[in-house]
Ligand binder design. Sequence first.
Ligand code: ADP
Ligand code: MG
Length: 192
Amino acid sequence: MYIVFEGIDGAGKSTQIKMLKEWLEANGFRVETLVEPTDSEIGKLIREMLQRPDAETDKLQKTLGLLFAADRMLIMDKLEDESKIIISDRSFISSLAYQEPAEWIEELNKYAKKPDLLLLLDLDSKTSVARTDGKDTFENEEYLTKVRENYLKLAENYTCEIIDASNGINKMSSDIKKAVAPYLGICPDCVL
Ligand code: ADP
Ligand code: MG
């Protein structure tokens, strides 16, 4: 099973993936976690380019779109491993939510693997900026509001559970376990 976590920075992806992994392992499942961008050479380049002052320009956005798609290709085989639950921190759906133009990004990611389950951690941009201390200056509130809207629209195209990320960490974790349980044959009422 391929589970993807999406949501803007500060939504709690890293926190919740760790908690879900521990819970699934305690329930006897084998779990592997992935993060996009990866730690490949292309992933490193992406992280560097995201810090550039001109990262928002059309030229850089297109270049980033290509790099993200290329970085993703490098982990394609890992997503096919059916002996484990693969949990990914972001996916091609991030590209669709963050980058433009939409048709072009869709074309680039045409062959990217669709998640069996998408967990969208839905958060308002104000709380996002507060939780991340606004460390990513190019991710301003206005842009993040647009990304959040994009995510909610995109969610309609996938098997998706929307998690209210304005809740506390433990409430979110319990909502996520309840959302995941039926897909793995775990009784949802048995989840605390
Ligand atoms: P992401 O990976 O989506 O960017 P993180 O899990 O790294 O989010 O969380 C970002 C920051 O917000 C961290 O400092 C984390 O401790 C805090 N945080 C995460 N989830 C919550 C929550 N539900 N309520 C309040 N703070 C949170
Ligand atoms: Mg994170």
